[in-house]
Design a protein around this ligand. Structure first.
Ligand SMILES: Nc1ncnc2c1ncn2[C@@H]1O[C@H](COP(=O)(O)OP(=O)(O)O)[C@@H](O)[C@H]1O
Ligand SMILES: [Mg+2]
Length: 376
């Protein structure tokens, strides 16, 4: 067999293994190739060997692009070989989140301080090293940690609580310590996401004493966190935290449910930018008032998916969705919805049929323009 045919056969074999998802076999095959080309094509051989070294490190399938040193030294549980942390680097966001004024100010503060490290050091100060994110679920705490990592162009390392907690009794503390040592070493944004989950879990797989030790280990880290990194702790239950704990963080950022402006922006983001959707934005605001970002994202993405797979106009799915929701709305939001419907071109009768708001009311508000009272 000449060299060319041999390469062809190799490519086909590699493609077969890849398509069949035979990772182990592919590794064995690649190792053989690396050996075979050692003399002839040393560069290719080195490249293949380096690829092999990367996969031999246990890592989670779902981890996005992982690079170099950050991944090389990633700590794993001794027995299960599960990664104890997840690394995202570089962080890629689908869209630019819109933060409320207060949140934006504080997040920017964290980022700007990093770009003035020298100036701060001259005055014997360091940028904020630790921050606590609090707020209800689904309002952007995890997203904010990712956003900061992106702005700082640092890896985001997240302690994998489920891996840590499932580790064998007695090793949890050690595991957490390993992750922390690792995170301190790679100058990253280190996210302790929903770290109250540790404190809350009191079932039998992990004893209370152990839990307490774990929380103590974590809290001790706040004070000693190196200025080369940023520790972000996020919690949905700030009320469970001792005020003494709050005070240990350099900066506390409180996330709240989206305001009307935020709802509008979220609808714009998640509705997609097809221009025919634009007129629905105002209609959807009253429907989503009081929802979290996570709810808005979930509902709108579902509607878009349905419209695609059922090959139905988005408008049809949106109408059905609004019809489902209308009964749960507050009276004022329902009235507002009725008026938005008229504004985007539905008749007063249709607006009434949909929302149950009387045509009199619709007409009155529409004619006098007094709907602005709902648009605040
Ligand atoms: N300010 C925002 N703008 C747009 N989308 C957001 C915003 N905040 C959160 N989301 C979306 O809502 C979902 C939940 O956000 P997440 O950060 O996981 O919430 P939390 O950590 O507070 O529970 C995510 O998919 C995220 O993209
Ligand atoms: Mg979260």
């Amino acid at each position: 067999m000449d060299e060319f045919h041999r390469i062809m056969t190799d490519i086909v074999q590699l493609a077969r293994l890849a398509i069949q998802g035979k990772q182990k076999d592919a590794q064995v095959f690649i190792r053989r190739l690396a050996r075979r080309y050692e003399q002839l094509e040393p560069e290719l051989s080195a490249h293949l060997s380096s690829l092999l070294r990367q996969v031999q490190k246990p890592m989670q399938e779902s981890s996005p692009v992982l690079r170099g040193a950050v991944v090389e030294s990633m700590p794993v549980d001794m027995d299960s070989r599960l990664s104890l942390a997840r690394v995202e680097h570089p962080v890629h966001l689908e869209y630019d989140p819109s933060w409320s004024l207060d949140v934006r100010t504080k997040l920017n503060e964290l980022v700007y301080e990093r770009s003035h490290e020298e100036d701060l050091r001259r005055e014997n100060l360091s940028p904020a090293r630790t921050t606590l994110f609090t707020g209800p679920p689904g309002v952007g705490k995890t997203l904010a940690a990712r956003w900061i990592a992106r702005q700082l162009e640092r890896p985001l390392v997240t302690l994998d609580l489920s891996a840590v907690m499932s580790s064998f009794l007695g090793r949890t503390g050690n595991n957490v310590r390993n992750v922390i040592d690792y995170a301190k070493g790679v100058s990253c944004v280190f996210l302790l996401d929903e770290f109250d989950a540790i404190a809350k879990r009191r079932d039998d797989s992990i004893e209370v004493g152990e839990l307490k030790r774990l929380v103590t280990v974590l809290l001790q880290e706040i004070d000693g966190w190196p200025a080369s990194g940023l520790l972000v702790a996020a919690t949905n239950h700030h009320d469970l935290l001792d005020p003494a704990v709050w005070r240990r963080f350099d900066l506390v950022v409180e996330f709240s449910m989206p305001t009307e402006m935020d709802v509008k922006r979220a609808v714009q983001i998640y509705l997609g930018n097809a221009s025919e959707n634009k007129r629905w934005i105002d209609v959807l605001i009253p429907v989503f008032i009081g929802s979290s970002y996570a709810d808005i994202e979930r509902d709108l993405k579902r509607i878009r998916r349905q419209s695609i797979v059922l090959k139905e106009p988005l408008e049809k799915r949106l109408k059905e969705f609004i019809a489902e929701r209308v009964n749960g709305l507050k009276r004022s939001d329902r009235a507002r919805l009725a008026l938005s419907l008229v504004d985007v071109g539905f008749s007063q009768r249709e607006a009434h049929d949909w929302t149950g708001v009387s045509r009199d009311t619709i007409r009155k508000h529409h004619d006098t323009g007094s709907r602005t009272q709902w648009q605040k």
